[in-house]
Design a protein around this ligand. Sequence first.
Ligand SMILES: Nc1ncnc2c1ncn2[C@@H]1O[C@H](COP(=O)(O)OP(=O)(O)OP(=O)(O)O)[C@@H](O)[C@H]1O
Length: 253
Amino acid sequence: MQLVVDQLETKLGKKEIVKNISLQVNKQKFVGVIGPNGCGKSTLLKSIYKSIPPHNGKVFLGDIDVLNTSQKKISQQLGVVGQFNEMHFDLTVEQMVLLGRTPHKKLLEVDNQEDIDIVEEALSQTNLLDYKNRSYLSLSGGEKQRTILARTIAQQPQFMILDEPTNHLDIRYQLEILQCVKDLKIGVLAALHDLEMAAHYCDYLYAMQNGKVYAAGTPEEVLTPEIIGELYQIKCETYTNPVTKQLGFVYQI
Ligand SMILES: Nc1ncnc2c1ncn2[C@@H]1O[C@H](COP(=O)(O)OP(=O)(O)OP(=O)(O)O)[C@@H](O)[C@H]1O
């Protein structure tokens, strides 16, 4: 199964924000979207999961025509961790994560032991077992972010879209969350700001500039001083980090 985005175009007001973007996420691959503030990453992701309706293009998840299929059917295969997760009513963390089971249930079907076990496992993977009975609204930004990820894990999707999933998270949780998502071994499309994390976790990258794909390829192909310099309008040097042996970056205005 693949997530295929074909010639997607999205306008907000009169302004064209996503301009003819095509991309692909293969099964079990971690694909990153990078690019400067305002280049259209969130709008692209929201257009793919229909939170903002695109005015042109197609999105296919396997043979499911996403833009013309019910949310429930899509949610059985595709999970979303958005950038802002505010809620106006309160639930416990466990109740929030149980909501992830909704796409797999019939109307008014009660949660069974399998649902409870899946939720317990998702809470464990996101280090939230001790928070199970806490009120969601009382959580810190990072704890809320992890709860939303746990809910999406409980949904057991084949693909996940994440919009800056490490927003609000301290360094340890940034690493833990991205590793946790990677370990799910599902297809992932994630907007990321941290280029070292993108280099480390992504199998493939799309670099966006002004609503278009500016460059695409493996992290080694995309994260070059020339492309990063042009994308963010800075001077950049890359090096191999002597400790991690991974790609490192030095920036200058
Ligand atoms: N309702 C709207 N009407 C017009 N323009 C909008 C609207 N909402 C967002 N935009 C603009 O669309 C552009 C793309 O925004 P988007 O949030 O997709 O960018 P982004 O790459 O995710 O940015 P960031 O990295 O800052 O999160 C921005 O210039 C933003 O100001």
